[in-house]
Design a binder for this molecule. Structure first.
Ligand SMILES: Cc1cc2nc3c(=O)[nH]c(=O)nc-3n(C[C@H](O)[C@H](O)[C@H](O)COP(=O)(O)OP(=O)(O)OC[C@H]3O[C@@H](n4cnc5c(N)ncnc54)[C@H](O)[C@@H]3O)c2cc1C
Length: 377
């Protein structure tokens, strides 16, 4: 009998895990991959959509294109998880598994910031990014605020990438001088583990007249006055407020008892949770690493190796090293690269490659490899 692996969430983590297991275990595994959506969108594609480089339809990678005999994709919404029994109820039925892997990502909590729903916009969901495309195309003058509203959020460089791309867009449209761009964030610096990368980002901000205020928390928005009211009593006026909303583990994971302190705790080496044969990967975990697709993918790879060793026998695989490459949009279509290593040394390290057009080509290649491996395109 093949091992029944149930993967919840077909994001960076779930897709990588399913592909690895299907390729390396063949008939010895039966993967059921569940997601409430019918398509995957790379995080960075949301910026392409927001700034009009590509349409939402063009960046949607449809799950129906996963054609591996031992992966069954099911478009269903997970309603409850019983981690003791490795049993999951969805809007379409019940799934029982030998191994359960939870990769449900992080939800965006718009209502955690009073006023945001009334007078702000978010660009972290595909739909939010797509709506902003029209808004930005018609924005001619005024104050734009980009604000990170929680301490824990996906892709730390994304708010800065947004600011650089916004600068380029407004410049191209000849309205940059009529607009201000201000970035507010609770982070002390752009990339806390690297002064070199942080300094490069801040220099680009200064060259582009992008104002920034670090260690700054937005408390609420005042829709009547168009003000972002800060926890320290100051306020920041805006005509357009672009939010990175507060992130939370999906409710269904919290209700299942999988989370402690809001996120799913995992063993750093194996990504195992406190429940036997239940693993978690990606943004939903409380692993001491940033929330990023490349991290979710690396964790999924580690879980794949753990499960492959279990099925085939063999030595215990090495623990997740936390070694990844992040690509950072730095304006004028150029991309910088950061090689980071979070977990294998005494402290995280980062090596920065300055922005270039070659970097942009490398990032396109990165996406193409995943499209081929996960969707056969
Ligand atoms: C603007 C932006 C830019 C980014 N740029 C980068 C980048 O350049 N590089 C990088 O590495 N990362 C980037 N990221 C971060 C990256 O997208 C995430 O960290 C990554 O997708 C996390 O992977 P995951 O598998 O944990 O979760 P996700 O990819 O979010 O997948 C979770 C899946 O679970 C599904 N799901 C949730 N709840 C349910 C439910 N109840 N039932 C069924 N399905 C459910 C969701 O539909 C989703 O498909 C960016 C993110 C954003 C927003």
């Amino acid at each position: 009998m093949p091992v029944r692996v149930l993967v919840l969430g077909a994001g960076f983590g779930g897709l990588e895990l399913s592909a690895r297991l299907a390729e390396e275990l063949g008939d010895e595994v039966r993967v059921t991959l569940i997601d409430k959506n019918d398509a995957f969108v790379f995080g960075f594609s949301k910026l392409d959509v927001m700034f009009g480089r590509r349409t939402l339809d063009e960046v949607r990678l449809r799950y129906r294109d996963i054609r591996k005999p031992n992966i069954e994709f099911r478009q269903e919404t997970v309603l409850s998880i019983d981690p003791d029994r490795k049993s999951v109820v969805t809007d379409q039925g019940v799934h029982d598994a030998d191994i359960l892997v939870v990769g449900l990502g992080a939800d965006l909590d718009i209502d955690a910031t009073p006023g945001l729903r009334e007078c702000g916009r978010e660009f972290y969901s595909p739909e939010g990014a797509a709506e902003l495309r029209g808004v930005l195309a018609g924005f001619d003058r005024g104050d734009i605020v980009i604000a990170v509203l929680g301490g824990f959020f996906k892709c730390p460089p994304a708010p800065y990438e947004t600011a650089f791309m916004l600068h380029d867009l407004l410049t191209r449209r000849g309205v940059r001088k009529a607009c201000t761009i201000t970035l507010l964030t609770p982070m002390g610096k752009p990339i806390p583990i690297s002064d070199e990368v942080s300094d490069a980002i801040l220099t680009l901000c200064e060259e582009r007249d992008i104002h920034h205020s670090h260690a700054t928390w937005v408390d609420h928005l005042d829709p009547a006055k168009g003000l972002a009211c800060l926890r320290d009593g100051r306020s920041q006026p805006f005509d357009l407020f672009l939010a990175v909303p507060v992130h939370r583990a999906p409710r269904v994971a919290v209700d299942s008892g999988l989370t402690d302190d809001g996120w799913v705790a995992v063993d750093r080496a194996t990504l195992a949770t406190k429940f036997p044969d239940v693993y978690a990967v990606g943004d939903i975990t409380s692993a001491p690493v940033p929330r990023a697709g490349v991290i979710a993918e690396g964790e999924a790879s580690t879980v794949a190796e753990v499960l492959i060793a279990q099925v085939k026998g063999g030595p215990e695989p090495p623990p997740f090293a936390g070694e990844v490459i992040c690509y950072v949009e730095m304006g004028d279509q150029t991309i910088g690269k950061v090689n980071v290593n979070f977990l294998s040394g005494p402290a995280p390290t980062a090596r920065f490659t300055p922005p270039s057009l070659e970097g942009a080509e490398e990032k396109r290649h990165f996406a193409a490899i995943r499209r081929r491996r996960w969707f056969g395109q």
